[in-house]
Design a protein around this ligand. Structure first.
Ligand SMILES: Nc1ncnc2c1ncn2[C@@H]1O[C@H](COP(=O)(O)OP(=O)(O)OP(=O)(O)O)[C@@H](O)[C@H]1O
Ligand SMILES: [Mg+2]
Length: 285
C-alpha cells in the first residue's frame, strides 16, 4: 500500500512528505533514547524530532560534500516518521562484539571521523538558543568550531568488510570542535572511563596504545596529543551537569540513564582521567 500526504515541500527536508513503499517493519537494536527505530526495505524510519530539520540539512550537506558514509534523509512517511536510507553492513552490538574491540578497528574509526569532519567544514547552523539553566558543552576557546555528529559510539558505526565506513544516528549533531569530538569518540571506543565501568570485553585493553592508534590515524597535524588531552578534560568535566539537566528536563532515556547511575560513572571518569593523564601523555609521546 502507498500513501501520499499533503504538498511536497523541499526535497530532502524534514517537511518533505513523499510516497514510500510500506512493508514489513524489522525492529532495529534499541539505543538509549529514541524509541521506535525500524527498518522497512532499504529505509530506516525514526520518530520525527525537534532535531530532524537540522539533521536533514546536515546530511544533505554531507552528501554534497561527497561523504558516502552517512544516511540520506529522504523525507517523512505517511505516519510522519523521518525516512533515511539504510546503510548495509555490520553494527557492533551492546555489549560490544569481540571483533569491534580489536585494536585494528580503531584506525578506521578515526579515519572515518576525520572524513566526517573534513566534509563538515563550511556547514553552518544557528548557534544553540541559550536556555536558562541549560549547561553548554565545554570546548577549547581557541579551536575553530565545526558541526559534527557528536555521538560516534560503536552502535552508531557501520562496518563493511571489517572497516568502519558509515555513521548513523545524527540526533546529537551540533557545534563542537574536532578535538572534542575526537575525545568523545575515544571515550566510547577506547573506552575512556574508570576500569570499574568497563565491560568485561574491555578488561585487557591498553588505553594509551589505543589512543595512540586513534590520534595517529586521525592526524596529529590537526589534533596534537596535548590538544586532545585538554579536550578530553573539558569533555568529561562538562558532562555531569549536561546529563543531570537532560535527565531532569528531557526525561525518557536520559532520566533512565541517570537513575541507573550515569552521574557516578561520569564522576569516576573525571577522577580516573586526572589520575592517568600524565601516563596517557607519555604513551602518546
Ligand atoms: N541508517 C541506518 N543504516 C543501518 N543501520 C541503522 C540505520 N539507522 C539505524 N540503524 C540500526 O539501528 C540501531 C538504532 O538506530 P539509531 O542509532 O538511529 O537509534 P538509537 O540508538 O535507538 O537512538 P538514540 O541513540 O537516539 O537512542 C543502530 O544501532 C543500527 O544498528
Ligand atoms: Mg544510536
Amino acid at each position: 500500500m502507498r500513501h501520499r500526504l499533503s504538498v511536497p515541500l523541499l526535497p530532502g527536508s524534514a517537511t518533505h512528505v513523499v510516497t514510500f513503499p510500506d512493508g514489513p517493519e524489522i525492529a532495529l537494536p534499541a539505543g538509549d533514547v529514541t524509541v521506535g527505530v525500524v527498518r522497512i526495505g532499504d529505509t530506516v524510519r525514526r520518530p520525527h524530532q525537534a532535531s530532524s530539520e537540522r539533521v536533514a540539512a546536515y546530511l544533505a550537506h554531507l552528501e554534497t560534500a561527497g561523504l558516502d558514509g552517512a544516511p540520506r534523509y529522504l523525507g517523512r512517511d505517511a505516519s510522519g516518521r523521518d525516512v533515511l536510507t539504510f546503510l548495509p553492513g555490520d553494527v557492533p552490538g551492546n555489549p560490544v562484539d569481540a571483533w569491534a574491540v580489536a585494536d585494528g578497528v580503531l584506525p578506521g574509526v578515526a579515519r572515518l571521523l576525520r572524513r566526517l569532519h573534513d566534509a563538515s567544514e563550511g556547514f553552518v547552523i544557528a548557534p544553540p538558543v541559550p536556555e536558562p539553566g541549560r549547561p553548554s558543552p565545554l570546548s577549547p576557546a581557541d579551536e575553530p568550531r565545526i558541526v559534527a555528529q557528536r555521538d560516534v559510539t560503536p552502535q552508531n558505526t557501520v562496518f563493511r568488510d571489517g572497516v568502519a565506513y558509515g555513521l548513523i544516528d545524527f540526533d546529537l549533531s551540533d557545534w563542537t570542535t574536532r578535538s572534542v569530538d575526537l575525545a568523545n569518540t575515544a571515550m566510547h571506543w577506547v573506552p575512556m572511563c574508570d576500569p570499574v565501568d568497563r565491560g568485561p570485553e574491555y578488561a585487557y585493553v591498553d588505553v594509551g596504545a589505543r589512543l595512540r592508534l586513534l590520534l595517529d590515524a586521525y592526524g596529529r597535524d590537526v589534533v596534537s596529543a596535548s590538544v586532545f588531552l585538554h579536550a578530553a578534560e573539558l569533555r568529561f568535566a562538562g558532562s555531569y551537569d549536561i546529563m543531570r539537566w537532560s535527565a531532569e528536563n528531557l526525561g525518557g532515556g536520559w532520566a533512565r540513564m541517570w537513575d541507573e547511575g550515569v552521574g557516578e560513572v561520569i564522576r569516576r571518569r573525571v577522577a580516573w582521567f586526572s589520575a592517568v593523564r600524565d601516563e596517557l601523555a607519555a604513551a602518546l609521546g
